[in-house]
Design a protein around this ligand. Structure first.
Ligand code: NAD
Length: 489
């Protein structure tokens, strides 16, 4: 059952604060198209306050600097946040399902991942203490050298709407573990659970200013954050177009950035696969989270010898996906996040049709759902490499298909994209999988599966999917400055 959306303000210096311009943004439930609440809209003046609070917090933590405290000290807060998230899991999952249309059980699994990520970076914060002052062997005995890993400082974290709390956590948890103070700017399309994270931080007594959360529109709040002279680093997840703007702003001050951007990832299905299992991975890899995953394997490359049989099974699979309100039992596909996104997805489908592609299934709103931004899982064949549907990220439940006749052709088609986030390779021949893996121009390869994600393993892309890695120890390194100390003895 739906629950009321809490009324929240901006979270600055450990307190709720009304935005200086007093503006708010309505929240529209994408399943019902109804306004269910609103969020505060921050502007440059609020960014000023939050950055100043974060700067102070680096040096203030009950007499002890946050930045200079031990990793073990910071880990206690991260574990307390994880415990509270787990305690509030059902409520948070409901809020997220209402805010962005995610099926309720998927949203609940995301909350487990959020708690798991805070726990993981609590471990990493503790491990950081042991890594300090690790000696470096030098070729001259008259010198000795070691390395200090210190927090970068104040960091600006800008996140998207597809996994609202989880994508924010991928940044917040390692930033805090490293000893940074942060300003999080979630997406204006889905900020509700990030504001609840603020409430969790208050409840566990996180020192004021260590994490500030500013909701609001990108250009009004994200823009001033990215170019603020007192923000030492920006970590951004979102579209390639916005990522490019963020990078330009940061470049003015030679500020480090990590960019997790869009994708058009391939899934390569060789002729020796188990057809049913491969069809399930192909459907899951493209339609999970309503097709709104950056790494969604949205280009299917299937060996020509099995294409007809494989596509028959895949279409059958798609017709059985339950599309409904995210709160309905067994829902596997909810609405896309907004009216704008709904229109954009349908426009991609109609452009593909007019360019000569064939819609194998789906292609429109499901008949049984009269309201909400629902789009059927859609499979498009007869696609050429010059078509928009092949080249551009749709960010909706749309899969385009091409066949291949050799391993080399599969690799060439897989790499025929400006993006380089993920790729899936499905074959019983593991030697072939290894060869193909090496040739793929991407940051992540999934062998005989699609979309597995563990907070211990690095996540990120190449080409226009961005650079830098989140998660794992790489995620922590993003927020650390490596200081070399060499002594003459
Ligand atoms: P978006 O680029 O529209 O917005 C992302 C964030 O940037 C939001 O918080 C937005 O308010 C903010 N923003 C917008 N304009 C800004 C500006 N001028 N300056 C600073 N900030 C600004 O992206 P989205 O629609 O929220 O998310 C979908 C995109 O995110 C897709 O392209 C998807 O592939 C990508 N994504 C990538 C990953 C990854 O790990 N690579 C993960 C999730 C989503």
């Amino acid at each position: 059952m739906a629950i009321p959306i809490p009324y929240r303000q901006l979270f600055i210096d450990g307190e709720w604060k009304e935005p200086i311009k007093k503006n708010r943004i309505p929240i529209i439930n994408p399943s019902t198209e109804e306004i269910i609440g609103d969020i505060p809209a921050a502007t440059a003046e609020d960014v000023e306050l939050a950055v100043a609070a974060a700067r102070r917090a680096l040096k203030r933590n009950k007499g002890k600097d946050w930045a200079a405290a031990s990793g073990a000290h910071r880990a206690k807060y991260l574990r307390a946040i994880a415990a509270k998230i787990t305690e509030r899991k059902d409520e948070l999952a409901k809020l997220e399902a209402m805010d962005c249309g995610k099926p309720l059980d998927e949203a609940a699994w995301d909350m487990d991942d959020v708690a798991g990520c805070f726990e993981y970076y609590a471990d990493q914060a503790e491990a950081l203490d042991a890594k300090q002052k690790a000696p470096i062997a030098l070729p001259m005995e008259t010198f000795k050298c070691h390395v200090l890993r210190q927090p970068i400082g104040v960091v600006g974290l800008i996140s998207p709407w597809n996994y609202p709390l989880l994508m924010a956590t991928w940044k917040v948890a390692p930033a805090l573990a490293a000893g940074c103070a942060a300003i999080l700017k979630p997406s204006e399309m889905a900020s509700v659970t990030c504001l609840e994270l603020a409430d969790v931080c208050r409840e566990v007594g996180l020192p004021p200013g260590v994490l500030n959360i500013l909701t609001g529109f990108g250009p009004d709040a994200g823009g001033p954050l990215a170019c603020h002279p007192d923000v030492d680093k920006v970590a951004f997840t979102g579209s390639t177009a916005t990522g490019s703007k963020v990078m330009s702003s940061a470049a003015q001050m030679v500020k480090p950035v990590t960019l997790e951007l869009g994708g058009k990832s391939p899934i390569i299905v060789f002729e020796d696969v188990d057809l049913d299992q491969a069809a399930e991975w192909a459907a899951f890899g493209c339609f999970w989270t309503n097709g709104q995953i950056c790494s969604a394997t949205s280009r299917l490359l299937v060996h020509e010898s099995i294409a007809t049989e494989f596509l028959d099974r895949l279409v059958k699979w798609c017709k059985n996906i339950k599309i409904s309100d995210p709160f309905e039992e067994g829902c596997r596909l909810g609405p896309v996040v907004s009216k704008g996104q709904y229109e954009k997805v349908l426009k991609f489908i109609s452009a593909a049709k007019s360019e000569g592609a064939t819609i194998l299934c789906g292609g429109s709103r499901p008949e049984h759902l009269k309201k909400g931004y629902f789009v059927e899982p859609t499979i498009i064949s007869d696609v050429s490499t010059s078509m928009q549907i092949w080249k551009e990220e749709v960010f909706g439940p749309v899969l385009c298909v091409k066949t291949f006749s050799s391993d080399d052709e599969a690799i060439e088609l897989a790499n025929d994209t400006q993006y380089g986030l993920g790729a899936a390779v499905l074959s019983k021949n593991l030697e072939r999988c290894e060869k193909v893996t090496e040739a793929l121009e991407v940051g992540m390869v999934w062998v005989n599966c699609s979309q597995p994600c563990f907070c211990q393993a690095p996540w990120g892309g190449t080409k226009r999917s961005g650079f830098g890695r989140e998660l794992g120890e790489w995620g922590l390194e993003n927020y650390l400055n490596i200081k070399q100390v060499t002594e003459y003895i």
